[in-house]
Design a protein around this ligand. Sequence first.
Ligand code: FES
Length: 106
Amino acid sequence: AHITFIEANGQSTTADLPDGWSLMQGATANGVEGILGECGGSLACATCHCYVDELLAGVLPPPSQSELDMLDNVAAERRPNSRLSCQIKASAALDGGVVHLPECQE
Ligand code: FES
């Protein structure tokens, strides 16, 4: 799926992520600096925080309780569309989705 990552400074990166990759993996593999993913995707760091657009919000399963709990620990402002990008798996349904990245991750 083609996903566009927009950094807090406006810099945009669009990457074609293989199905099953997390958005965190896709961002770090494509040099997107606004996602750190320090724990490698095990819901232990909250440095993969992102804001999803309406397309993604409409097709993604809701966050698990573990994700919601870890979202309490994000460094930047938490918003209704805050998600942890390591918990979002790429698939065709996400094609064209846009994620905005927060100003800080830690
Ligand atoms: Fe650590 Fe997502 S990479 S919680």
